[in-house]
Design a protein around this ligand. Structure first.
Ligand code: NAD
Length: 285
């Protein structure tokens, strides 16, 4: 048991809304915090959509399970009031270092001493934020994947200052909210998954952009010879091409060439991935 029962999620965008809903679905009392009433109104619409998503994803669950989750979520745009009784805060606000540092500093003023602070940041190391939290021993990264109900890992990564007890508590809590905890022993940019996935996807794109083979052929060799269910271009289509494009466009010269190739041959043609009906493959046919 983690001893956590009250959870505050900061930010109700793509990931924050999912984390809040998943946590409530597993029986926790959740407060969803966002900057103003308009953002909270949008969050309510998102949560209503997640009720349908969870009903479809878990057809064998109790009929009212998703509605009960919704009822466990409270809403706040008052940071101090929201954190006053929280056991853990999971931050999922925009990926801007100074914004996260300022937000944790404000939280620290109002939070009880026991409250654990976690960031869901994808690209910032927790050590870049730790000192601003005022409680570096109770701060770490807890990184979820998009579509938490399906891709249910929580990568847990502390800094050298994170207390081992806090780390273990968060590992337990991750299990309690239906995640597979992935403990990481020391800080690494990209956590485990992206440390593997990004170079892999990049290598696949280099082969196709370099004219060595077609995407379906690259996927075929990967599936056949590793036993994986999906090849890299099937994965690109699920992720959507815009995120890899944005990352490569800010990378080195080789990455920038790949980004330009991806833009010209796919993105500019509206082929941005499975959600758009077409990417490296055609869908909805
Ligand atoms: P998003 O833009 O969809 O949502 C951000 C939310 O934060 C919005 O609701 C916004 O109103 C709110 N917000 C803005 N300023 C705020 C503030 N000062 N305090 C509280 N809330 C504020 O972003 P997202 O895609 O959900 O990403 C959020 C975090 O999660 C980022 O750190 C990102 O790296 C990480 N993450 C994203 C994904 C993903 O696939 N989108 C996956 C894993 C981790």
């Amino acid at each position: 048991m983690s001893d956590i029962s009250k959870v505050l999620v900061l930010g109700t965008g793509v990931l924050g809304a999912q984390i809040a809903f998943q946590t409530a679905y597993k029986g926790f009392s959740v407060t969803a915090y966002d900057i103003n009433e308009a953002a909270l109104a949008a969050a309510k619409t998102t949560f209503t959509g997640l009720v349908d998503t969870y009903r479809a994803a878990f057809p064998d669950a109790e009929a009212e399970a998703a509605d009960k989750a919704l009822a466990r979520i409270g809403y706040s745009c008052d940071l101090a009031a929201a954190v006053a009784d929280a056991d853990i805060v999971i931050e999922a606000i925009p990926e801007i270092l100074q914004l996260k540092r300022d937000t944790f500093a404000k939280l620290n003023q109002a939070a009880p001493e026991r409250t654990i602070f976690a960031t869901n940041s994808s690209s910032l190391l927790p050590s870049a934020i730790a000192d601003a939290t005022g409680r570096p021993d109770r701060f770490l990264a807890m990184h979820f994947a998009n579509m938490v109900w399906q891709f249910n890992t929580a990568e847990i990564m502390g800094t050298p200052q994170t207390s081992p007890e806090v780390f273990e508590t968060v590992v337990e809590f991750a299990k309690e909210i239906g995640m597979v905890p992935i403990p990481i022993k020391k800080e690494v940019a990209g956590y485990l998954l992206n440390s593997l996935l990004i170079p892999f996807l990049n290598a696949a794109l280099s082969l196709v952009a370099g004219g060595y083979a077609e995407p379906n052929v690259v996927d075929e060799v990967w599936r056949t010879d590793t036993g994986s269910p999906m090849g890299p271009f099937q994965i690109y289509d699920i992720i959507g091409l815009s995120t890899p494009y944005n990352m490569m466009a800010h990378g080195d010269e080789h990455d920038q060439k790949l980004a330009a190739w991806l833009k010209e041959n796919y993105i500019d043609k509206g082929r941005t991935g499975a959600a758009a009906g077409a990417g490296f493959y055609d869908y909805n046919q």
